[in-house]
Design a protein around this ligand. Structure first.
Ligand code: SIN
Ligand code: FE2
Length: 216
């Protein structure tokens, strides 16, 4: 799969299969976007965005926080899900109903009707920030998909194969787009190219991404 493939796609096409088990739902979150962003801000007021430490000691470029029963964290000890925010020692803010309903509806639309996320990682990208290729594999059970909601500045999502060296497809994502990957695509490598500078009416100079997971 190449970027050229996507150039031919009808921009009005609302749903696009990226690979078996992986679907792009164009604009699925457009109507909910304002509420999602307001709620993300409310989460960050309690559990602030922070650049977590990678196991090697360097700070991640992307700023992160979480809501839900579990939150994903990284530090020198590695990657894991925890119930308390290490910055505050308090539980992560609960996952708001608007987050939950958007995530379950998107999963259902992509063929995963039983998705009940217990964790939402909120990523905030400044222009120039990227997320290198990785697999999401800290969850207990890979039967559940990942639901990823893009808000604000556009970005190119890299959707690779099961091996790091597999050349990824370049998938342009815009405000309101949702990508769901699970089943045979659950452990595909993925990442985000450096976000270009810009000023989005909903987020200003940020890209915000919500990734919903079933952690436990
Ligand atoms: C992630 O892999 O956690 C985030 C993907 C994205 O920001 O689109
Ligand atoms: Fe990921």
């Amino acid at each position: 799969m190449t970027a050229d493939l996507f150039d031919d796609v009808d921009p009005d096409q609302r749903s696009l299969v990226l690979a078996p088990g992986a679907t792009l739902l164009r604009g699925f979150a457009s109507d909910a976007a304002r509420r999602l962003l307001d709620e993300a801000e409310a989460v960050a007021a309690v559990a602030p965005f922070r650049r977590m430490e990678k196991p090697g000691g360097l700070a991640m470029a992307v700023a992160m926080t979480n809501c839900g029963t579990f939150g994903w964290v990284s530090d020198r000890a590695g990657y894991r899900y925890v119930r308390e925010d290490p910055c505050t020692g308090r539980p992560w803010p609960p996952m708001h109903a608007c987050f939950l309903s958007l995530a379950t509806a998107a999963a259902s639309c992509a063929g995963y009707p039983d998705f009940r996320p217990d964790a939402c990682l909120i990523n905030r990208y400044a222009p120039g920030t990227r997320l290198s290729l990785h697999q999401d594999r800290d969850e207990r059970d890979f039967a559940a998909p990942i639901v990823s909601v893009s808000l604000g500045l556009p970005a190119v999502f890299l959707f690779g194969g099961e091996r790091r060296r597999d050349r990824p497809a370049r998938v342009p994502l815009r405000h309101g787009d949702v990508v769901v990957w699970g089943g045979p695509s659950r452990l595909r490598f993925h990442g985000v190219e450096p976000v270009g500078s810009g000023n989005h009416p909903a987020t200003g100079a940020w890209r915000v991404n919500l990734t919903f997971r079933m952690a436990q």
